[in-house]
Design a protein around this ligand. Sequence first.
Ligand SMILES: [Zn+2]
Length: 432
Amino acid sequence: MITRARCFQSALLTLLCVLLISGCVVNPVTGEKQLSLISESQERAMGAQQYVPTQQTQGGKYYADPELTRYVSRVGQKLAAVSDRPDLPYEFVVLNNGVPNAWALPSGKIAVNRGLLTELDNEAQLAAVLGHEITHAAARHSVQQMQQGMIINAGMAGLGMALTDNEYARMIMGGAALGSQVVMARHSQSDELEADHYGTLYMVKAGYDPEAAVELQRTFVRLSEGQSSGFIDGLFASHPPSARRVEANQALVQKLGNPGGALDRATYQNKIAYLQQHLPAYKAEQEAIQSYKAGNKQRALDRINEAIRIEPKEASFYALRGRLYEDLKGSGSAQARSDYDKAVSLYPEMFTYRLQRGLNALQLNNLQRARQDLNAANESVPTSIAYLRLGDIAVKQNQRQQAIADYSQAASADGEIAAEAQRKLAALKSAQ
Ligand SMILES: [Zn+2]
């Protein structure tokens, strides 16, 4: 149904499109005319550049069971193939993040937190989540939000759940911060309804029972009613559930004639079995973080040792234990160093582990190791702290130009780190 307001809007848009010919496109999903200031090649570049940094600022990859990511990708690609933009470079990843959430960056770069996978019952529900995210990407919802300046103030909330995440969150620089802001921004109710609508159509085309989408929505509404902050911060912040969404989905399924289809519960349960079995390890990690924050470092050590006993492949556990050993035994602790080595060897690209090991090496005056790790951290996700300490290393090595370059980078950020870099930069320049 086209209302008068909508009609007027459409006429206005047509006029704008005439004025701004190059900026006007037809939305590939809805067929509606839209003003587009961000081209498709910019959209693709944004997705490609932001995907890895955004994964890392949201907890990093869940790599302990690589088959789980392969499985989620297979289901995702099946849906992407029947979507309105099958040609986008879709990718899917499972993140090591206990908050129930999923997100899509422009051009189909999609992630699902392990904390959401453990809330789902069957493959059709997973398909509902992925179909929804595919629509956000295909219909350019985030691109439109960006264009309207709705992203900028979203802040860096909702990072992963490790101890270091909140410490480093404010230090993340430039482009690497943008991806996080995009995925944490709240979608409007009309974008949510659209993502549900087309996501459901893609599910049906791929052979899944669309009733699973309705059931999932019902569960989310129920969970959001009396719920833990994890839910509020995660899925419900960026994709707010509502009774209206449930009703709209239900009406659509009826309109489609209740087509039925696959649920694939057994397959799904089988694929998440490893994750389910190892959940106590992540629970122990959270207990260790809480104990650490409460000042009970001995209990924190006990809990993280328990986490490592259950899941010895998880890098974040070693990173946390390294931090504990540093606190309990000093920077020179051999146990701390060995834990940082282990974390980096398990997940070499993860910026937080490189930062922790690099900062520790600098404390011990191992300048070469420190520089190597801090540069590696910056390659994944640039931070003001890494640039500041790289500047300090350059000063120690009498590399004045390098020090000026590194301090200048750090000085361009905000906060205390930038202030320290500005002081050091001024001192360096006046000493000439
Ligand atoms: Zn959504």
